[in-house]
Each structure stands twice: as C-alpha cells, then as structure tokens.
Design a protein around this ligand. Sequence first.
Ligand SMILES: *Cc1c(COP(=O)(O)O)cnc(C)c1O
Length: 363
Amino acid sequence: MMNKRAFNFNAGPAALPLEVLERAQAELVDYKGTGMSIMEMSHRGAVYESVHNEAQERLLSLLGNPKGYKVLFLQGGASTQFAMIPMNFLSAGVTGSYVNTGSWAKKAISEAKIIGETHIAASGESSKFMKLPSLSEIEIAENAAYLHMTSNETIEGTQFKDFPDTGNTPLIVDMSSDILSRPLDMNKFDMIYAGAQKNLGPSGVTVVIAKEEMLTGSPKTIPSMLRYDTFLGNNSLYNTPPSFGIYLMNEVLKWIEEQGGLVQVEKANEKKAGSIYQVIDESQGFYRGCVDAEDRSRMNVTFRLADEALEKEFIKQSEKEGFIGIKGHRSVGGLRASIYNAVPYESVKALTDFMKEFQKING
Ligand SMILES: *Cc1c(COP(=O)(O)O)cnc(C)c1O
C-alpha cells in the first residue's frame, strides 16, 4: 500500500497526482543516468532543453495543436501577468476592457489602472459576484486593445461555461484555476495564461499560450523581463527558467495524457463537482451553494452552513477526519472545496460521505 495521503482540497498550491510525485521521487537524485537531479543541470544543456520543449509541445498537443500559437514559461505568477498585459498592450488612445467577475478580475483591473486606461465591459458586482454576467451583457470598448476575462473565479467559485466571440478585439483570459480542466477551442482565445500551482504543477511557473502576433512588438520602453517578445525570441530561455517546476509540469501533462486527455479529464471533473453539488442540493437547505447554480465552478465548490459557528464546527470536525483546505478564503468566509484535476474521486467521495454524516448529527 502507498503512504497515507491527505484528502487535499487546498486552493493553491494544490494536490498533485501521486503518480507524478512518485516519478519525480524516483528520478530526483539521478535523472535518467546523468548522475544529477534536473535541478542541478544547466538550463542550456540538451537534457533540460528537451524537457522544456516537450512541455511546450504537450501543452499545445493537449489543446489540439492550434495553428500559430506559442507557449511561454515565465515567473512571477499570474499576478505578474496582471501587469505585463497592460504594459505590453496598452498605449495612448487605447483601453483595456475587463469583465469584472470577482476577486481575481479586480486584481487584474487594479494593476492595469496603474499602467493605462481601463474600461469595465461587464460586471457581476451587483450580485456580490455570486452570479456571472451573461456573455450578451459584455460590451467591449470601441478603442479596446483587448478584452480580459477570468475563466474561473477561484475565491467566489464561479466559472464561465462559454466565451464570447470578440471579433477583432483580442480575447485574453486568466485561466489560472481551470486551465486543462476541459477541452478548449483555442481559436476563440488570443492569449490565455495561468500560474501553474492549481492545475498544472508546482508554484513558480507561469504559462502563457498565445497567438504569435500577440507576442511581438512589445513597446521599447519596457524592461526585458517584462516584455513578451523577450520570452518569445529566446524560447523562454532568456534568463534561467524555473527548471524543476517545468519538469514537474511536463510530468503532470504526461499524466493528463494518460488519463485520456481533456475529454476524460472533464468527465472526471464533472463527476467530482456534481457529487458535491448534489449533496448540497439534496440537503434541504442545511448546505447552501454560494453562487448561482448555472455559474457554479467545477474547480472550486463554495458553500455555507446556517451560521458561522456551525461552519467552524464543520471545519474542526473535517480537519480531525483528515480533510485539508476546506475553509473558505478569508475575504468571503464560508467553505470551499478545491477539486482541481489532480484531486482523486476518492477524496471527493470521502468528503461527500463526511458532509452527509455531519448533517445527520447537526441537522
Ligand atoms: C491563484 C490565482 C491567481 C494568482 O496567481 P499567482 O500565481 O499567485 O500570482 C490569479 N488568477 C486566478 C484566477 C487565480 O486563481
């Protein structure tokens, strides 16, 4: 039997597939007969470079090899992209159009405001972000350099099921918390990006996947490390990349392939999220889902109990039973189960059993 693994519902950094961790463990001190760890190798050497290139190829292949797209590996998290996007695309006379869906969208907007002009194309604020604006409500500014969306609001627990046709305006989407959780028609997107630590691997790597023309022609006034063309022109090897993180991500991508790709991963995610929402919906109000049913996230299930005292008790009991990370984000309270790709169904089943038992005793 394997070691006992926690029922890990952390929001990020989050659970990684056990198979990936075991493979990394086996290769840790001697990577493929080189006598060293991948962490100890030059990022200019052939061994590391093949891992680097493989990870890029796997990402594109899982997305159906869309024509004309490039993969960049950066650092600084998705939060640095909040700044790099306006730095690279906002110039005098154009604006960044944003769909304001909650905590992460707001951060993206406030960073863009430091750099240039912003515009709110649609907002869920009137519902306290418990409901997403419908795609038909989105009004892109006439002088928009791009439309920015957040596909999955990790803290509130909402997720877009579809994306708008933005015509000639580039669509840029923060997919930090649901990238590779479902098949995507990449042709709808001009740029997507994600911090790795939710669905792709460990923290420290940021992935940008974009049409090549988005990555050229950064304004000359931006420092090298904040320009997309620096990363494009040097295959993301301008400076030292987060090599171990990219290696682990490549292993996670292999694992996704072994699951049968994104169609199978989506099925598994549907089953996991569906089983928790079912317990919530059948609890006759004992558990209450936080967000509008049609906007529910399959990655972050947010819910509440009758009062904070009972929520506290739920968290306390769940921790005793080995559940990690069930407490909601400090900014919104309540409860949250983050069930990214790597969270096994067994963990979710254990949680739904616990939820039913907790209701029996406290309902
Ligand atoms: C976690 C998260 C971020 C921030 O990512 P960092 O890598 O910590 O900067 C941004 N957007 C979304 C949707 C997230 O879930």
